[in-house]
Design a protein around this ligand. Structure first.
Ligand code: AMP
Ligand code: ZN
Length: 135
């Protein structure tokens, strides 16, 4: 896509620190890392989000993300988050599907969940039924 920043990175029109590339996937360091080594893995073809990315492309991108998660063990890290933001409400800013692979350091303080609460009586069952209708 002409005006997509990640498409431009893949085409080499704007600079990035490339980590990995194969026929389907491209990975580069996030410009503003949560921790050093924070990597973005993207399909070479432009898809907006997880919903629009074909299953076979998702598989390829996730396989590349796993490879990178393992390689990040070369850096100081105690764990790794593999996350995908979809739509603005979920924090998606760049609308070219991408997987964040983020090395975590024990005690780094990165807040994964803002707040949580238990389900109310009957709420889990009703929620599960609604989700399952969409499967
Ligand atoms: P998201 O909020 O899931 O859409 O994540 C977009 C990510 O892209 C953010 O973590 C940004 O720091 C990162 N980002 C934006 N522009 C660039 C760029 N030119 N090079 C590398 N990472 C970028
Ligand atoms: Zn794109």
């Amino acid at each position: 896509m002409d005006d997509c920043i990640f498409c431009k990175i893949i085409r080499g029109e704007i600079p990035s620190t490339k980590i990995y590339e194969d026929g389907d996937a491209f990975a580069f360091l996030d410009i503003a890392p949560v921790n050093v080594g924070h990597t973005l893995v993207v399909p070479k073809q432009h898809f907006k989000n997880v919903y629009e990315t074909p299953d076979e492309v998702l598989q390829k991108v996730m396989t590349a993300a796993k490879k990178i998660a393992e390689a990040l063990k070369a850096l100081p890290s105690d764990g790794v988050n593999v996350t995908i933001n979809n739509d603005s409400a979920a924090g998606q800013v760049v609308f070219h599907f991408h997987v964040h692979v983020i090395p975590r350091i024990a005690g780094d303080g990165f807040p994964l969940w803002h707040s949580r609460r238990p389900y109310n009586e009957g709420e889990a069952k009703g929620t599960a039924e609604k989700i399952m209708r969409g499967l």
